[in-house]
Design a protein around this ligand. Structure first.
Ligand code: HEM
Length: 204
């Protein structure tokens, strides 16, 4: 059975997930008329977001793992994958305008766990998205869609849930609101970032 805290996180972030799926760049991602240019633009936006996020999240997760060691869980950096995908698509990601992403990781472990829940859980959407990308653009994990194929070769989502269930859930059960805040902040920051990068692209 799923951890009650993870169930809570899923429930409390559902509206933010639904809203993000409707964001126009992500909506286009699942369109049957998706173009390589649109997919490239999304990859560039995601790359900018993860560059900003991971500069804070990677050290924060390392510190959390030092406090609560786990034999299996480690954070898989997404930036190298997204950079490779951009290269495979031929997009010039070095020229991407990177609007600053204000994430405000507040340093509390519960907040960071909420952020990690969203990032690790998002690989589950990849099951659907990767099939669609293979079908529409013919891209696979080796040719521009490694980010959306993480679920195929990396078990971080399962390892994260086990790590969480072993002792974190008990340790941070009174910090549920902080966790939900971290998770919803991640959804809303990405949503705003995608909206803004779309405006910037249209202004160029
Ligand atoms: C077009 C975009 C997206 C689609 C179609 C999509 C779809 C899905 C699907 C089908 C699942 C599996 C649900 C289940 O097994 O019950 C899922 C899970 C999830 N997605 Fe998305 N997703 C998208 C984008 C995102 C993004 C951008 C994020 C956050 C960065 C995200 C975060 C999550 C999380 C956290 C879960 C795990 C929920 C849980 O099991 O607790 N998704 N998504």
């Amino acid at each position: 059975m799923e951890q009650p805290i993870l169930e809570q996180l899923r429930k409390q972030t559902r509206p933010a997930h639904v809203a993000l799926e409707a964001q126009s760049l992500l909506q286009r991602l699942l369109s049957s008329s998706l173009t390589e240019a649109e997919y490239g633009q999304l990859l560039q936006s995601l790359l900018a977001f993860y560059e900003s996020l991971e500069s804070e999240l990677v050290p924060a997760t390392t510190a959390l793992l030092a406090q609560h060691p786990d034999p299996d869980y480690r954070y898989l950096p997404r930036v190298p994958l997204l950079a490779n995908d951009c290269r495979a698509l031929g997009c010039d990601y070095s020229a991407v305008i990177r609007p600053p992403v204000a994430l405000g990781l507040d340093g509390s472990a519960a907040f960071i766990l909420g952020v990690l829940y969203v990032i690790e859980g998002s690989t589950q959407g990849g099951r659907l998205i990767s099939r669609h990308l293979a079908h529409t653009l013919g891209v696979s994990e080796n040719s521009g869609a490694s980010f959306f194929n993480i679920h195929r070769w990396d078990n971080s989502w399962m390892a994260f849930r086990h790590w969480f269930g072993r002792d974190l859930a008990c340790h941070y059960q009174n910090d549920m609101n902080k966790m939900i805040e971290g998770a919803n902040m991640t959804f809303s920051t990405l949503h705003t970032h995608l909206d803004q990068s779309q405006v910037l692209t249209h202004e160029q």
